[in-house]
Design a protein around this ligand. Sequence first.
Ligand code: CMP
Length: 138
Amino acid sequence: MERTLSIIKPDGTSRGLIGEVIKRLEENNIKIIAAKMIHMTKKQAQGFYAVHKERPFFDSLTDFMSSGPVVVMALTGENVIPRYRELMGATDYRKAAEGTIRKDFATDIEKNIVHGSDAPETAAFEISYFFNSFEIVA
Ligand code: CMP
């Protein structure tokens, strides 16, 4: 069983898409083992996305991610990392496959509704960034 970290970004929460994202998780047999709503500070967003700190979009991305509430969730399931990435669709919504969350709802490469970890090591870091062991039910 694998774990991954999902974030419903500020565009997803403000547009009323929390239920839609969770519905897709449940329909696809992906189990939520931790969840909370938080409003990150700019510093917390910078720490989360530290791997991108040299990228030109880092400042704008961390401004956006600290602009409103987000829902962070730890997910589990067999091959949940690639399976959740498939549900999300490509980072650039214009390249995302039909029926994916980003294809259906994203409006911008930055405002792309959801985040999902890209590898087991990243997932372990990202889950521990938001949750301690007492907050994870599995
Ligand atoms: P996410 O999966 O959260 O990981 C990094 C985020 O940076 C990405 O989704 C996008 O929201 C954002 N981003 C903004 N511009 C770019 C870009 N040119 N390439 C990749 N990611 C970008």
